[in-house]
Write a protein that binds this ligand. Structure first.
Ligand code: NAI
Ligand code: MG
Length: 398
């Protein structure tokens, strides 16, 4: 019997090919596991009316570790129209299965590392003194609260009377919004709870300690969003003082942070933020180290030990049907490495990361994004590496 059992969730579009290639790399690196395939994605919505069937939830519950490719989501009307005719009478509403997974298993900790690979032609460069060109080395780990905040789904348009009355009892609401007709009011809440705020902040500090980062930055907006951002920052101050006094605590506002992104990205270490700001700041940093072909993530629940590992990119449907796949598998391979870290197989993870680094620094094998081509099917003829060729190159370096 294999030491590990992994639920693989290819999903839609390019999710299928990048996951297959990542598993090939894992096998070649000597990772011993059995893979159990879980159903997720558009096909299951269309045919069963549920993109995240219960049997898939059961598999993840049982095996605890999921390796996920990507899914396709479409707007409400399109989703309805593509539902099989028999199901269209059933009043089903589509919702994203990856968001569903996060909520179902309470995968509240999301980690998105962004690290520069030397030699990556997509690395951010900037002008330094005397017109010099600088290539700052980025190494940040972004901890994004994954279940609460603005993406928590507690929202109304034309709020019901009890909600509206409660809002009216707040002086700022009655003053600033009280004149708007209730049917013209939409509200999306931003709820933070102490338990989960503490968990994400602690996870950030523990990561900083383990990997020797010198600072943790709370990237929120406590001067304006006083209650939620304010709570996170205050909690970070307390935690730092009590348990991590040798790690510096920095505080930046999300808007200013986005401006500083290109000014001094090399100064940041661990960053912690709520759901939406974490989403934003992690995309910002990902852009500096190669974009979607390089952006990986882990999401897990520290209590249950359930973790799902996935590239940040989606299913890229326009490339899904190319006879030879052109997309970059590195984001998926890196996500698989994060899975290995999580299940205490760091040695294999490091081996794979070194192999990727060697391929990138050598600069001979470049997928179309790294070669700065636009993603058409003829990029292979023009010298870009295919998805499979990139995985082959990584395997060769192992
Ligand atoms: P996307 O991430 O699928 O693709 C955007 C563009 O980024 C692509 O057209 C391509 O140019 C580039 N790209 C993406 N992955 C790449 C890779 N591995 N290598 C090289 N280039 C890559 O986002 P898009 O087009 O906004 O959404 C497509 C579908 O994916 C939608 O249905 C969306 O809802 C879904 N989606 C799913 C996510 C998930 O499964 N976690 C996340 C984001 C989008
Ligand atoms: Mg995003």
């Amino acid at each position: 019997m294999s030491k590990h059992s992994i639920v693989c969730l290819p999903g839609d579009g390019i999710g299928n090919v990048v996951l297959e290639e990542a598993i090939r790399v894992l096998n070649a690196a000597g990772f011993e596991a059995e893979y159990i395939e879980g159903d997720i994605g558009w096909k299951f919505w269309c045919n069963e009316g549920n993109p995240l069937p219960q049997r898939t939830l059961d598999l993840i519950e049982k095996y605890k570790i999921g390796l996920f490719g990507a899914i396709t989501s479409k707007p409400k009307d399109e989703a309805f129209n593509e539902l099989s005719p028999a199901l269209q009478k059933k009043n089903l509403v589509y919702s994203s299965p990856i968001v569903g997974l996060r909520q179902h298993f309470g995968l509240d900790i999301c980690l998105r590392p962004c690290r520069t690979y030397s030699g990556n032609p997509l690395n951010f460069i900037r002008r330094g003194p005397n017109n010099s060109i600088e290539e700052p080395e980025v190494d940040v780990a972004i901890f994004r609260q994954n279940t609460e905040g603005l993406y928590g789904g507690v929202e109304w348009s034309n709020p019901p009377p009890n909600v509206y009355d409660a809002l009216m009892s707040h002086p700022k609401f009655s003053q600033n919004f009280g004149n708007a007709p209730v049917e013209e009011v939409s509200v999306s809440t931003r709820i933070f709870t102490k338990k989960y705020t503490e968990r994400i902040v602690r996870a950030a500090f523990e990561h900083a300690k383990k990997y020797k980062y010198k600072s943790v930055t709370v990237c929120e907006k406590p001067n304006v969003i006083r209650e939620t951002s304010g709570m996170m920052y205050k909690m970070a101050q307390e935690i730092q003082k009590a348990d991590f006094s040798d790690i510096e605590l920095w505080n930046t506002n999300i808007d200013a942070q986005m401006m500083w992104l290109t000014k001094n990205p090399e100064n940041y270490g661990v960053i912690v933020a709520g759901n939406m700001f974490g989403d934003i700041v992690s995309d910002g940093f990902a852009g500096l180290i190669g974009g979607l072909g390089f952006a990986c993530s882990a999401q897990y629940n520290p209590e249950s030990g359930i973790g799902v590992f996935e590239p940040t990119h989606g299913s890229a449907p326009k490339y899904a049907d190319y006879t030879t796949s052109i997309v970059n598998p590195i984001a998926m391979v890196e996500s698989a490495c994060m899975m290995l870290d999580f299940i205490d197989e760091q040695d294999i993870a490091e081996k794979i990361r070194k192999a990727v680094a060697n391929v990138v620094i050598e600069g001979k094998v470049l997928t179309y994004d790294m070669a700065k081509m636009s993603g058409r099917s003829d990029v292979i003829d023009k010298g870009a590496a295919s998805t499979v060729q990139m995985a082959d190159a990584i395997i060769e370096k192992l």
